[in-house]
Design a protein around this ligand. Structure first.
Ligand code: ADP
Ligand code: ASP
Ligand code: MG
Length: 408
């Protein structure tokens, strides 16, 4: 007997028939004698609909109320999934995040899980129930409903698996595993049998939405056995996230290409070059809880510095307002501007550690297509570039080909 957490994404619970399908799979696992915790997302499109609704009443919705609204999507699907299971003769019970006591901090819309009380779930599992838990939501110490950021049900799944000491966390979605890149953009993309945890972390952090980054962080921290599978097929091993590089038999130099359309670039021009400038620019941004991704600083011959960084598109205006109101006069910057027509493309692979020339191959490939690189950042296993968003798909396709990632 194993304890398995199965997470089903929005397309997997998009209508009653698909929910029935989920219930049938859960029933099969239950019949094998396993204990099952099911985590579900809202029906696909539902979270977007709820956000749009909120924005009709307030352009920048109050975050506490926004979380109150968007968390309802998952409350519908837990009830429906429990019903589908009960109809099949299986004991099942739905749980909101608050009912489990998924305790988070109070950063509405991007809360972090602090603790999960596993007592209620354990007792019900031992009594033979399938526990159906709402993904994406938690509760802060004052009882306010919080949400974990878009795609956050993955994190609920993995965090529950960690808290319960589950044998495996299975992420069921609308693709049958992790591919060399998003198969919607490159149809020739190839499914990976396994990928190292480190590579998955980079791919997720660079925008591969197949797993939310925090779910991968949890899997790494608590060594959760994590697998991505199709909810539309009964056969197939999906993709296993492995912890040892040697376990990854494929051993390619580049494992995958990620991209992100969600970032915007902010440029602060003509800042007198003095110690403390980076802190004075980014300190107030951090204080406002705005995540910064890439950063570039360049000092010109005239002794002034140009400072460029990227933030989430949703937070560009907030960041610009902070800089213009609180920072520009103070540091004497000539100009502050924002550009949200950018995209980021990243190639990822642990093989980069032992191979030189990957960056030059990447830059040459982009140059041959006339694609201008606006920013570059690297880590030991990643090279990321920012380009004009209109070149994004072209860039991903040519890089996929140049690194020979397509089906062998
Ligand atoms: P769910 O609703 O099940 O959470 P998501 O839409 O969040 O599903 O994630 C699955 C989607 O991720 C796929 O449909 C695919 O378009 C996209 N995706 C992006 N990068 C990859 C990748 N490297 N491998 C597989 N899917 C990817
Ligand atoms: N329903 C939430 C979203 O659309 C969470 C999730 O699907 O993982 O972002
Ligand atoms: Mg998702």
């Amino acid at each position: 007997m194993a304890l398995i957490v199965q997470k089903y994404g929005g397309t997997s619970v998009a209508n009653p028939e698909r929910i029935r399908n989920v219930a049938r799979r859960v029933a099969r696992y239950k019949a094998m004698g396993h204990q099952i915790v099911v985590v579900v997302s809202a029906m696909s499109g539902e979270t977007n609909k709820l956000i749009t609704l909120a924005k009709e009443l307030m352009a920048e919705p109050d975050p506490r109320e926004l979380d109150m609204i968007v968390s309802t999507g998952e409350q519908v699907t837990i009830g429906l999934t429990a019903l589908a299971l009960i109809e099949l003769g299986i004991k099942a019970k739905s749980y909101t995040g608050a009912q489990v006591k998924i305790l988070t901090d109070d950063s509405y819309t991007k809360a972090r899980i602090l603790n999960i009380d596993q007592h209620n779930l354990k007792a019900d599992l031992d009594a033979g129930y399938v526990c159906v838990v709402a993904g994406f939501q938690g509760v802060d110490e004052n009882g306010n409903i919080t949400t974990l950021g878009r795609g956050g049900s993955d994190t609920t799944g993995v965090a529950l698996a960690a808290a319960l000491g589950a044998d495996e966390c299975q992420i069921y979605t609308d693709v049958d595993g992790v591919y060399t890149t998003d198969p919607r953009v490159v149809p020739e993309a190839r499914r990976l049998k396994s990928i190292t945890f480190e590579e998955m972390l980079e791919l997720a952090s660079q925008g591969s939405k197949v797993l939310q980054i925090r779910s991968v962080e949890f899997a790494g921290k608590y060594k959760v056995k994590l697998r991505v599978l199709s909810s539309f097929e009964d056969e197939g091993d999906g993709t296993l996230i492995t912890f040892e590089e040697e376990e990854n038999m494929e051993q390619p130099i580049i494992s995958g290409i990620a991209f992100n359309r969600d970032e915007a670039k902010i440029t602060v021009l003509g800042v007198p070059d003095k110690p403390g400038i980076a802190y004075q620019i980014l300190g107030p941004i951090a204080d406002a809880n705005i995540d910064v991704d890439m950063i570039i600083q360049n000092t010109g011959a005239d002794g002034t510095t140009d400072f460029t960084f990227t933030v989430h598109k949703n937070e560009m205006n907030k960041a610009l307002n902070i800089l213009r109101d609180k920072v520009q006069g103070h540091i004497g910057a000539r100009e502050i501007s924002g550009d949200d027509k950018i995209a980021k493309v990243s190639v990822v692979g642990v093989g980069m550690r032992s191979h030189v020339g990957i960056a030059s191959q990447m830059f040459r490939t982009l140059a041959e297509e006339g694609i201008n690189i606006q920013m570059i950042s690297t880590s030991e296993i990643k090279i990321a570039v920012v380009v004009d968003e209109k070149y994004l798909e072209l860039a991903v396709r040519v890089l996929h080909k140049a690194f020979e990632l397509e089906e062998a």
